[in-house]
Design a protein around this ligand. Sequence first.
Ligand code: FFO
Ligand code: ATP
Length: 201
Amino acid sequence: MNDGTNKPAIRRKLRDILAGMTDADRHAKSIAACSLLATTPEFAAASTVMLYMSTTLEVDIASLALKCWQSGKTVVVPRVSWDQRRILPVEISSLQTGMTTTGHGIREPDATAGKPIPTDLIDLVVVPGLGFSEQGYRIGRGMGFYDRFLAQPEFVGIPCGLAFSDQVVPEIPVLDHDMPLSMLVTDRGISRFSSNLISSR
Ligand SMILES: Nc1nc2c(c(=O)[nH]1)N(C=O)[C@@H](CNc1ccc(C(=O)N[C@@H](CCC(=O)O)C(=O)O)cc1)CN2
Ligand SMILES: Nc1ncnc2c1ncn2[C@@H]1O[C@H](COP(=O)(O)OP(=O)(O)OP(=O)(O)O)[C@@H](O)[C@H]1O
């Protein structure tokens, strides 16, 4: 069945897998996955990197944010605009200060913090998700925020999924609006999906 109707069941299964991991496992795998991402030429070449404010069940991006700042990169994270049903990239210089918590316990820069950054300046987007396929597709929280973000014509960067290896599943239903990733990094390794490269979009 590839019509997307089983997406809720896949989300439930993936949420169970994530909840079943131990904190120690999540911590070790977060460090491993972020270290691997930091070794890639795509990361080295990026001046502006879009990260996400990780929740406890997602790969913790803290070590990656520090590497970005240490090497002089600009870090942006999403702020949800409910009016526009989109995420807006906002620059941050700390993961702690100036944050507020939205629904689902997701943190984002509060109204006083964070300068909006034009989408075309983003070189690399580190994309969270509930699950990822070996073909470079992802399933998220079901609001389509990242699909809409990555589909914008002004987005010219590289979309890179970041996940625990536990989150990689053989197949994810793909609908027309689902945006493929160019890369996927987990604690087990780096995958590149040549058919999804920007030049072919
Ligand atoms: N760490 C992290 N940040 C992320 C995402 C993510 O998956 N992980 N997102 C990935 O997309 C975006 C945020 N996604 C969100 C999805 C739902 C709600 C939320 O509050 N939902 C309400 C229902 C709102 C409505 O239906 O109008 C709720 O469930 O109460 C918030 C953020 C951007 N930031
Ligand atoms: N480019 C787009 N333009 C308009 N609507 C879109 C677009 N992409 C996705 N949507 C809508 O968003 C909704 C959720 O999509 P989907 O189930 O693929 O979310 P998801 O990728 O799992 O979630 P997310 O990206 O928020 O983590 C769908 O109803 C879809 O129609």
